[in-house]
Design a protein around this ligand. Structure first.
Ligand code: B12
Length: 597
């Protein structure tokens, strides 16, 4: 057959997650693992609708379908998916396995295994424990001769036509409640701390907000939305609420604006602003609900909530984020200022070198400003070295001063967003280092994590304890804002500035410039499976713990080259668990025994 290059005996494995799940590292890891056993893998990426999985099964005819899901909705989405597969005569006999974190019950997720087997899965492999069994299953797969064709070439989208430039903002543009609260705290030398809290029901969510409001910290409130709402599947959110099923966040659209407004009533005010956190590539409905419910702030960005979180084409995300930001700008002009935070400093949670994180955060800030949003914050997530992270946060502040001086803004640090230490001590060490980063870097707000992170969604008490701990550490550290962020002429600044300049040179419209930069590979998020990302860049961690470029792809950055043994599943897991080892030091001897046993 023309174009076929190789004939081999191997099985076909189709790898996917469920429709509401945006986690990607599990898929990157499993793809590597399966390839190393010699089988052919097709990886469908994140948030895969049931119909896409069914279609791929019918057309590609895999020997095994692997479903990996960790967001906690796996037992709900998995049961629905397997029902459809088993009722299709063509697919009823296909071998299907599901694994990962299948519910929101932590160790209690084991309770879902039996019902998923009864629903039709051939094997249900909960959490890390399932990997050994899975490897055995792969080695037992019947191998068949298969033809490997040339790599598929992905069609990249055409850039959107330039959106009109945003309105000129008057000097001293209004700030709104969130930014005013943060500015007051900063003037008093206090760090504002914030949870990533989200529960499904109104009663739980309100109790959570009340507890945060009452805690001994300078805290703001958070309403984190659930994974169905993130992908616009409000019907599944409604059904889950009606059945009393646990959701991994608050379904703001399904509850409706009146219910959300009543929930915030009497809690949210000048002394306790509330931010809605979501994760949606197409946030327009969510932004409408945020405005209708009278919330003070929200967050995200056209790149950071598209590439790592969805399969929506980047062009569609840019266009939806454009009208969503304009919605906030119009509300601000009418006196309701909703503060908007970029998520660009947090791409994929881990293994994205700081220069790109800083650049994306600034570019998303510029995108918001161009659409008339008067009050923004620029984010950066803690990575693998305090020293390098301080360079990054000071670089972020300097770029903000240089490029966004005409709007209200502040800087937000996130406690590590990647694979988290498993012990409470390790978790608190990580949190403590992120407080220090916020202080040394001069950030005004910190989004915290709890010791439950590696295991399950934290309780209200765990959130409150983490906030009070962070506040106490910040008080001890003192306000160590660098006197002159303009002196931050460091290597992270230089790299971020190059990436920002290369992007802005592509168009006067920031949205169009972002599309062109990703299309040309000038911006390229390492390991990101989204079809509009070049995925040619790779990261590595050097002897100092600095996150560096192993491969630069076509980005204007310097790569140090791949280390020994890099590229395989084991090496990827080692890099992903770098902070787990760094902070969970008590577990190191046991980890070593596991490796040598
Ligand atoms: C990185 C991360 C993110 C990144 C994801 C970026 C991306 N696109 O990948 C960001 C920050 C964006 C994110 C977002 C969210 N996340 Co998250 N995330 C994590 C985190 C910190 C690390 C996950 C990771 O990278 N692991 C590395 C990979 C290689 O390991 P793994 O996924 O655990 O998979 C292992 C095993 O489970 C197993 N496995 C997995 N699948 C399968 C399948 C088979 C067949 C087999 C055999 C084995 C297997 O093999 C892997 C290696 O051992 C975890 C917590 C943690 N572990 O520390 C939370 C976590 C998974 N996230 C969680 C949640 C709830 C979310 C959100 C829904 C809400 C929120 N809190 O913001 C959102 C939205 C996602 C969505 N729409 O679905 C929860 C899930 C809760 C639960 N199940 O009880 C966790 C546990 C955090 C928590 N404690 O709340 N997340």
């Amino acid at each position: 057959m023309e174009g076929d290059v190789l004939i081999r005996a191997r099985a076909r494995v189709l790898l996917s997650t469920v429709s509401s799940d945006a986690h990607m590292w599990n898929l990157v890891f499993l793809q590597s693992l399966i390839e190393e056993t010699g089988h052919e893998v097709r990886n469908l990426g994140v948030c895969v609708p049931d119909e896409v999985i069914l279609r791929e099964c019918r057309t590609w005819r895999p020997d095994l379908l692997v479903i990996s899901t960790v967001n906690g909705h796996g037992h709900l989405d998995g049961r629905r998916l397997i029902g459809k597969l088993r009722s299709d005569p063509e697919l009823a006999g296909l071998r299907v396995v599901i694994g990962g974190k299948l519910g929101v019950l932590g160790a209690g997720n084991i309770a879902h295994v039996e019902s998923l087997v009864r629903a039709g899965f051939d094997a249900v492999l909960e959490a890390d424990a399932g990997v050994e069994q899975f490897l055995q299953m792969l080695s037992d797969l019947p191998r068949r001769p298969s033809l490997t064709g040339p790599a598929q070439v992905h069609e990249l989208p055409e850039p959107v036509t330039a959106a009109p430039a945003g309105p000129a903002l008057p000097p001293g543009a209004p700030r709104g409640r969130m930014a005013s609260f943060v500015a007051r705290a900063a003037a008093e030398g206090r760090l504002v701390v914030q949870p990533r809290m989200g529960f499904g029901t109104v009663a739980q969510m309100r109790a959570g907000l009340e507890a945060v409001r009452g805690c001994r910290a300078r805290a703001v409130g958070t309403v984190t939305l659930d994974s169905y709402t993130r992908v616009g599947d409000h019907e599944s959110a409604r059904r889950s609420l009606a059945r009393g099923a646990d959701l991994n966040g608050f379904p703001i659209v399904a509850h409706g604006a009146a219910v959300t407004r009543a929930m915030l009533d009497g809690i949210q005010d000048d002394d306790f602003p509330v931010q809605v956190r979501h994760g949606s590539a197409l946030p327009y409905d969510i932004f409408r609900s945020v405005l209708d419910a009278g919330a003070d702030a929200t967050e995200g960005g056209p790149v950071s909530y598209c590439l790592p979180y969805s399969r929506v084409p980047l062009r569609e995300a840019v266009s939806d984020w454009s009208r969503s930001a304009e919605l906030l700008a119009a509300a601000a002009a009418d006196g309701h200022v909703v503060h908007l935070e970029t998520f660009g400093g947090c791409m994929l949670g881990q293994l994205c070198p700081p220069g790109l994180l800083v650049a994306l955060s600034v570019l998303e800030g510029l995108f918001f400003r161009q659409r008339g949003v008067p009050s923004v914050s620029l984010s950066y997530a803690q990575q693998t070295s305090l020293e390098q992270d301080v360079l990054a946060v000071t670089a972020l502040r300097r770029l903000g001063d240089e490029l966004l001086s005409d709007i209200d803004r502040h800087t937000v640090v996130y406690t590590y967003m990647g694979v988290f230490p498993r012990t409470p001590v390790g978790a608190y060490r990580t949190l403590e280092e992120s407080v220090r980063l916020a202080r040394l870097g001069g950030a005004e707000r910190l989004i915290v994590k709890t010791p439950a992170e590696a295991h399950r969604i934290p309780t209200i008490t765990e959130n409150v304890e983490a906030l009070e701990f962070a506040d106490a550490v910040a008080a001890l550290e003192g306000p160590r804002f660098p006197a002159d962020p303009g002196g931050s002429d460091n290597e992270v600044y230089a790299e971020a500035r190059r990436l920002v300049d290369a992007t802005l040179a592509l168009s006067d419209d920031v949205g169009t410039a972002l599309l062109r930069a990703f299309r040309a590979g000038l911006l390229d998020v390492p390991y990101c499976l989204h079809a509009d990302n070049a995925n040619a860049a790779r990261a590595t961690i050097d002897h100092r713990g600095f996150l560096q470029w192993a491969e630069a792809g076509r980005m204007p950055v310097v790569a140090v080259g791949r280390g020994h043994g890099s590229g395989n599943a084991q090496h990827l897991l080692e890099m992903l668990s770098y902070n787990e080892r760094r902070f969970d030091r008590e577990l190191l001897p046991a980890m070593r025994t596991e490796v040598t046993a």
